[in-house]
Design a protein around this ligand. Structure first.
Ligand code: NAI
Length: 253
């Protein structure tokens, strides 16, 4: 049985979609949570979102592309909970378009949000975790980090970078007792799918995308959250450097 009672967990991009589902799972498993996203959420909003939380749930708004955000977030978790056991790098953005269509601004924003923030937050967390010689980092990459991303060149490049950053950090910090893995979701029912096929009503969009997936449907945020909690937990104590595809079989072919 997985429990995070007494463990401190920092989740980025926790205001919606997959990040919100991850936060909900950790809350239900007793974690002390520091959640962050760009949006301002009041303590009342947080209490309403996580009524069944077993531990404390705190929220600090931050833009992870700001240089000082990573150190500030990790320091705040340490101040609140006395340490940091788990970091989940979930915040991400997607601009659709081929390399020819991608602007410099879109390229830079994608790399800053999806890769540089993962590097900076991981570095800040590792400073705390290596001192204690324990901890787990779970990065949210994508099946488009494992196979080519048609019509999303910058996003595919960014998620491929997250995959290799995850593997490199896993090798570098295994001897210090820190496990670093990634979850690679396929199409998952969040607002990130909104621009996938312009003009289609939501139900039709989900059905059309689902038809291309071996298991015949898009994923649910909670299914990604289950994989994240497994990789963050002691149930995966001998697993590091793994890319766990949660994509209905999409990247198997
Ligand atoms: P979403 O758009 O609902 O959530 C993205 C989250 O990231 C939001 O909470 C947003 O506030 C946060 N965020 C974005 N830029 C930020 C910034 N500069 N600073 C702080 N927070 C920022 O989308 P979704 O689907 O929940 O995405 C979560 C992760 O899952 C992303 O890394 C995404 O690339 C990944 N993913 C999603 C897939 C999908 O089909 N929905 C498929 C594969 C990966």
């Amino acid at each position: 049985m997985i429990s995070f009672a007494g463990k401190s967990v920092l989740v980025t991009g926790a205001s919606s979609g997959i990040g919100e589902a991850i936060a909900r799972r950790f809350a239900g498993l007793g974690a002390n949570l520091l959640l962050t996203a760009r949006r301002n959420l009041s303590p009342a909003d947080i209490a309403a979102r996580y009524p069944a939380a077993g531990g404390a749930v705190h929220y600090l708004s931050a833009d992870v592309t700001h240089k000082e955000a990573a150190d500030r977030l990790v320091a705040h978790a340490v101040e609140l909970f006395g340490g940091l056991d788990v970091l989940v790098n979930n915040a991400g953005i997607l601009f659709r378009g081929t390399a020819m269509e991608c602007t410099d601004a879109e390229w830079t924003a994608t790399l800053e949000t999806n890769v540089t923030s993962v590097f900076r937050l991981s570095r800040a967390a590792l400073r705390v975790m290596t001192a204690k010689k324990s901890g787990a980092i779970v990065n949210i990459a994508s099946d488009w980090g494992l196979v080519g991303a048609r019509g999303a060149a910058a996003y595919g490049a960014s998620k491929g970078a997250v995959v290799q950053l995850t593997r490199s950090m896993a090798l570098d910090h295994a001897a210090e007792g820190i496990r670093i893995n990634a979850v690679c979701p396929g199409d998952t029912d969040t607002r990130m799918l909104d621009g996938a096929m312009s003009g289609l009503p939501r139900a039709e969009l989900l059905r059309t995308l689902g038809e291309a997936i071996p298991l015949g449907r898009v994923g649910r945020p909670a299914e990604v959250a289950d994989a994240v909690c497994f990789l963050a937990s002691d149930q995966s104590s001998f697993i590091t450097g793994v890319m766990l595809a949660v994509d209905g079989g999409n990247s198997a072919g």
